[in-house]
Design a protein around this ligand. Sequence first.
Ligand SMILES: [Fe+2]
Ligand SMILES: [Fe+2]
Length: 194
Amino acid sequence: MKAIAIIQDEHRAITAVIEGLRHVVEEVRAGRMAVDHALLGAMFHYIEAFPEKLHHPKEDDFLFARLRARAPDIAPVLDGLEHEHVVGRERFSELKAKWERYRADAAALEPFAEGVERYAHFHWRHMRREEDEVLPRAAKALTAEDWAAIDAAFASNDDPIVGVPASKAFRELFRRIVAIAPPPWGVGPEASQR
Ligand SMILES: [Fe+2]
Ligand SMILES: [Fe+2]
């Protein structure tokens, strides 16, 4: 069941980047920091390439698919989560469009900030549901053979979807984001020095 630990780790990393995004936007809104679009761009790239393109599709194709076969009564929960994977992609595209508008016009900060809050709450609820309802059930219901397939999918370093050593690339991108983001979330320059 390596996959359970990997999924929880991925959730922590995704949440950290989304919380970092919230923190940066809050600092900008409060006038404590000038906006850094390169930092926001790195965060958007991470969310787009990792949870949206890799993490959620793997949940659908491996964990949820196997669990549906072993525990049919959990289908409504999985239906809801799979629907949120689709909706989440749409919400992310909308959020990205709000960021583009803000890049072009500083007056569009408020709708962007609201969008960030909404996306963060949406993601948090989604992830809690997976951890509270799906993972414990999967730990009980799935067989060793199921786990072998799921573990292989989640542990794979060379991911066929992106065609690069995915986990290494995302760890490096994550480190870069932390290195340029302001404290206390990141270890980059203090907001006052920007
Ligand atoms: Fe998910
Ligand atoms: Fe997830």
